[in-house]
Design a protein around this ligand. Structure first.
Ligand SMILES: Cc1cc2nc3c(=O)[nH]c(=O)nc-3n(C[C@H](O)[C@H](O)[C@H](O)COP(=O)(O)OP(=O)(O)OC[C@H]3O[C@@H](n4cnc5c(N)ncnc54)[C@H](O)[C@@H]3O)c2cc1C
Length: 311
């Protein structure tokens, strides 16, 4: 077990963690950054990045994040990869020291930036795994523009599902919204906007039982929950909005969460515990994108700098 003493540990080397690393370096903070896999975050498997300023001409998630990783490494920062932090404890006597452990490392630090991201919930039905990124997406803001004049399906019945379906009507010729219940969960105002759109088609009381497609998703098999009827629907793209799980479990019992398990922060991105900051998709952010995650990292590192200076 390697023991490391630092001022700050950044947990997660996605856009938020790497953004934090750049600002932490600039602030002269003595820090470490770890990721449980390779650096780059959830975006590295995406073929095309949208909405990141300055990159409007087909850059893949992998290439964009390689640039960011190079930026961090250029400063001589070592990103400790394949290092999953599995335990965080507050030193009981001082309350100012955090002990963060992985299989091979123990970090003794004065502050933490928690940037572990979030994972979209999946339906878990047949054919889904192999078609993720091949027509099945979890981000209309990111991939919606690829479906100009095509027919797409949105799965879910909450605010996010309907808002994103409405966003997709800007591009797609037809948007089916499929929900497993009779009633949508979204607020009445958002539902009304959805019902008012001539491009939206609601299929309620229906569950998806299978995705079909060779290289891309081609059709979905649906089951009417009332009648038991099975039918197929040809589609060009599928967007799943059946919930999101912030990767926040490690801080359970330590900091405050909202009802969805996202970490609550103040405007400086400090959590309910002094010295623990949260950045990116893991916190209760109103927009989950690369630009907001990297900006969160910058704010969290700047706040950590002030916190450390005042200790
Ligand atoms: C398919 C898809 C397409 C998208 N397309 C776009 C797009 O085009 N444009 C856009 O702006 N946004 C897009 N997004 C959203 C964007 O990817 C996220 O908003 C962004 O990656 C959030 O960054 P983050 O650093 O908060 O989290 P993440 O990117 O999830 O990074 C978190 C990192 O923390 C690591 N980690 C987790 N737990 C631990 C632990 N215990 N110990 C150590 N490390 C840990 C993970 O391995 C991961 O690398 C897309 C998302 C998806 C899923």
């Amino acid at each position: 077990m390697q023991k490391i003493n630092k001022e700050l540990l950044i947990i997660g080397a996605g856009p938020a963690g790497l953004g934090a690393a750049i600002y932490a370096y600039r602030a002269g903070i003595n820090f470490s950054i770890t990721d449980k896999y390779v650096a780059g975050g959830q975006i590295i498997t995406t073929d095309e990045i949208d909405n990141y300023p300055g990159f409007y001409d087909n850059i893949s998630g992998f290439d964009l994040m390689q640039n960011v990783v190079s930026h961090v490494k250029k400063f001589g920062v070592e990103i400790i990869e394949f290092c999953e932090i599995s335990d965080i404890k507050i030193n009981k006597s001082t309350k100012r020291i955090f002990i963060c452990s992985s299989e091979n490392y123990q970090f003794r630090v004065k502050s933490i930036i928690f940037a572990t991201g979030a994972s979209p919930k999946r339906l878990g039905v047949e054919g889904e795994d192999g078609l993720i990124g091949k027509g099945i997406s979890f981000c209309a803001t990111c991939d919606g523009a690829l479906y100009k004049d095509k027919e797409v399906v949105v799965i879910g019945g909450g605010n996010a599902a309907i808002e994103e379906a409405l966003f997709l009507t800007k591009f797609a010729s037809k948007v089916y919204l499929i929900h497993r219940r009779e009633e949508l969960r979204a607020s009445k105002a958002i539902q009304e906007k959805g019902f008012a759109s001539s491009k939206m088609n609601f299929i309620l009381n229906t569950e998806i039982i299978k995705f079909n497609g060779k290289d891309r998703v081609e059709e979905i098999i649906l089951k009417d929950k009332k009648t038991g009827d099975i039918k197929n629907l040809k589609v060009d793209g599928v967007f799943e909005y059946v919930g999101i799980n912030p990767n926040s479990r490690l801080l359970s019992g330590l900091v405050d969460f909202d009802e969805y398990g996202a970490i609550l922060t103040d405007k400086n991105l400090q959590t309910s515990v002094a010295g623990i900051f949260a950045a990116g998709d893991v916190r209760n952010t109103p927009l989950k994108q690369v630009i907001t995650a990297t900006a969160d990292g910058a704010i969290a590192a700047t706040s950590a700098e002030k916190y450390l200076a005042n200790l």
